[in-house]
Design a binder for this molecule. Structure first.
Ligand SMILES: *[C@@H]1O[C@H](CO)[C@@H](O)[C@H](O)[C@H]1NC(C)=O
Ligand SMILES: *[C@@H]1O[C@H](CO)[C@@H](O)[C@H](O)[C@H]1NC(C)=O
Ligand SMILES: *[C@@H]1O[C@H](CO)[C@@H](O)[C@H](O)[C@H]1NC(C)=O
Ligand SMILES: *[C@@H]1O[C@H](CO)[C@@H](O)[C@H](O)[C@H]1NC(C)=O
Ligand SMILES: *[C@@H]1O[C@H](CO)[C@@H](O)[C@H](O)[C@H]1NC(C)=O
Ligand SMILES: CC(=O)N[C@H]1CO[C@H](CO)[C@@H](O)[C@@H]1O
Length: 551
């Protein structure tokens, strides 16, 4: 019958923890119902247009990582994408609304971006050659990427007031570009319209009325161009910062079924040069603030566009290319994984990390993708630090998001999902505390309703204050010992600014033949104590957790 029961287990012994606090925490997970559902391919990363001479704070961290010039034949790039077996990639960014597509109808010459006083973001218009677009699509199809492409929403428009753009959108260039893409049989998952033009905009804004009408127009174009195709790409918009009124109006004006996914951008850590970035990342109250945006957006969609759902279309933590030695190091993962958890909890279907490559916030190291073999040989050993977080999430966290209760807030943050592709659940635990080891009891809240919790306690002589630990195991199919799988992630040598991630005590690096290393868990008897160290991140898989909603 697989009737659920709780097991209470004693901690007879465990590693002696010195000079640190030990706290007990109980986490209960409700496996009877999902509170949100994410996409199968939730993890997404962006490719941007920024050229090598995009600089912030006297640094130019983009190198040759632009859509127009990155080395698409670099083996590590392919391997990184392939490792996900379907990584979503969103092509877009600030310069997107200045990109021309080199198709027949383009009357202007196809030239690269160059620095230009008075240009949006300090740059001229740029252009995408179709042979480059071909190469990009070959990479995507070879590696199984799922592509979202952001279209230029300012084409044909002009500035009517400072920062405000008006006039009619000229759809001809986008239409011919999409037509070219269809004629070549390139698979595009979704077309996105515009970048950061919502609300008061970043460099330019467009009113929600105009934007909404453009979307009706664009939907029509897409439907027409794909009418003989099996593919029906989704329409995604507006790829900007959330503004309640603007977003509500956009959904009202465009109307039912036009926008499939409402995208918003998040840079909640502030400017990349802020010396307090690390402090903010480790401050649970700071991290939680952005939940208001998720909550308001979710409400706005429910009220004005229930046919649509939310995506985070771009999120890099710190803006202006990210924080140097922060966004590219271990400490950033506290922010990143917490956001993945929080976004899921608010029913966000997809989360696009700025960037896959480029800036200080790339999942891959920008410089190691420079096609310079000598340099590459020297530095290639650990370029995947940040990618591995995304990978672990992608492999372990399934679609169903579960409610989690914890008595250890705020420093211990917890998120639970149905496991991906197997039974049971996976728990993500983020310990922001720099001095507290947590000993975790995991409970099934369904179980708590079904059975009276047994209650046994015994003092442990090694650690003062330690009372007991409860480990919930789940339905027992046989007398086989039950286990859980643990992935504990820490910074190398305890240095939060390290670019190397340590998994279960082993620093991760590329294998000798330059492949992404295996990310293997340790398997422990489910009745053994579950430790969470200070400043660490853990994925814990409970294959036997009885969660009917995950079946
Ligand atoms: C799309 O391209 C094809 C050629 O591949 C052309 O025959 C057709 O007229 C184009 N359609 C539109 C709407 O531009
Ligand atoms: C969320 O909505 C509330 C209530 O309308 C408003 O006061 C608040 O400013 C909004 N916050 C965000 C980030 O949209
Ligand atoms: C890329 O890797 C090199 C060598 O490990 C490092 O010096 C550099 O800071 C890294 N770049 C970024 C943006 O993380
Ligand atoms: C923990 O963090 C606090 C505040 O940031 C700091 O003052 C303290 O020294 C840290 N303790 C340890 C053990 O690192
Ligand atoms: C378990 O023990 C605690 C005290 O240690 C008590 O407060 C609680 O009511 C007990 N629970 C049950 C179900 O007996
Ligand atoms: C930086 C940080 O999060 N520090 C916290 C570590 O955890 C203790 C409680 O265990 C807090 O008091 C610190 O503020």
């Amino acid at each position: 019958m697989g009737f659920s029961f709780s097991l209470l287990l004693f901690l007879a012994s465990f590693p002696v923890i010195l000079a640190q606090e030990v706290a007990h925490a109980t986490i209960s997970i409700d496996g009877t119902a999902t509170v949100a559902v994410i996409d199968d391919n939730f993890v997404c990363a962006t490719l941007d247009w920024w050229p090598h001479d995009k600089c912030n704070y006297n640094q130019c961290p983009w190198g040759y990582s632009s859509v127009t010039n990155m080395d698409l034949s670099h083996p590590l790039l392919s391997k990184a994408i392939q490792a996900f077996r379907n990584l979503r990639i969103r092509i877009g960014g600030s310069l997107q609304d200045q990109v021309l597509y080199d198709v027949e109808s383009l009357k202007a010459p196809c030239q690269p971006f160059r620095k230009m006083k008075g240009g949006l973001f300090g740059f001229s218009k740029g252009c995408l050659h179709m042979n480059r677009w071909d190469e990009l699509n070959h990479l995507f199809s070879r590696t199984g990427a799922i592509v979202t492409f952001g279209l230029n929403a300012l084409y044909g428009r002009h500035q009517i007031r400072k920062g405000v753009w008006g006039g009619a959108w000229d759809s001809s260039n986008a239409r011919d570009f999409i037509n070219y893409t269809v004629s070549k049989g390139y698979k595009i998952d979704s077309w996105e319209y515009g970048n950061e033009l919502s609300g008061s905009g970043v460099s330019a804004s467009v009113s929600a009325e105009l934007y909404g009408k453009d979307l009706i127009n664009l939907k029509d174009i897409v439907n027409n161009l794909y009418k003989n195709s099996d593919l029906k790409p989704a329409l995604v918009a507006p790829g900007g910062f959330f503004d309640k009124q603007w977003y509500a109006k956009l959904l009202k004006v465009s109307g039912s079924g036009i926008v499939n996914y409402v995208t918003h951008h998040i840079y909640n850590l502030g400017a990349g040069m802020d010396p307090n970035l690390v402090k903010k990342i480790l401050d649970p109250h700071y991290l939680s603030k952005v939940s208001e945006t998720f909550s308001n957006l979710s409400q706005t969609i429910q009220q004005n566009g229930p046919w649509a759902s939310a995506w985070v279309g771009e999120s890099g933590g710190a803006y202006n290319s990210g924080g140097r030695h922060v966004s590219d190091t271990f400490v950033n993962s506290f922010w990143y994984l917490d956001q993945l958890g929080m976004a899921s909890r608010y029913n966000t279907k997809v989360y696009c990390r700025q960037t896959l490559v480029g800036g200080n916030y790339g999942l891959l190291n920008t410089t190691t993708l420079v096609p310079n073999p000598d340099y590459y040989r020297q530095v290639h050993k650990t370029p995947f630090t940040l990618l591995e977080y995304a990978l672990l999430w992608h492999r372990l966290m399934g679609k169903g998001v579960l409610a989690v209760g914890s008595n250890a807030l705020p420093f211990l943050r917890s998120y639970a999902h149905c496991s991906k592709g197997r039974a049971g659940i996976t728990l993500l635990l983020i310990n922001l505390s720099n001095q507290t080891d947590f000993i975790i009891s995991v409970q099934n809240s369904m179980d708590m309703r079904l059975t009276v919790e047994e209650n046994i306690s015994r003092e442990n002589s090694f650690v003062r204050g330690l009372k007991r630990s409860v480990s919930w195991v789940g339905s027992r199919a046989s007398d086989e010992p039950l286990y859980r799988e643990e992935y504990h992630l820490t910074a190398k040598d305890g240095n939060l600014r390290s670019q190397t991630m340590v998994l279960n005590g082993i620093p991760l690096k590329l294998t000798e033949d330059e492949n992404i290393p295996n990310l293997d868990p340790v398997r422990l008897d489910v009745s053994s104590p579950l430790y969470i160290n200070p400043l660490s991140i853990s994925f814990i898989v409970f294959p036997n957790f009885d969660a009917p909603t995950c079946a």
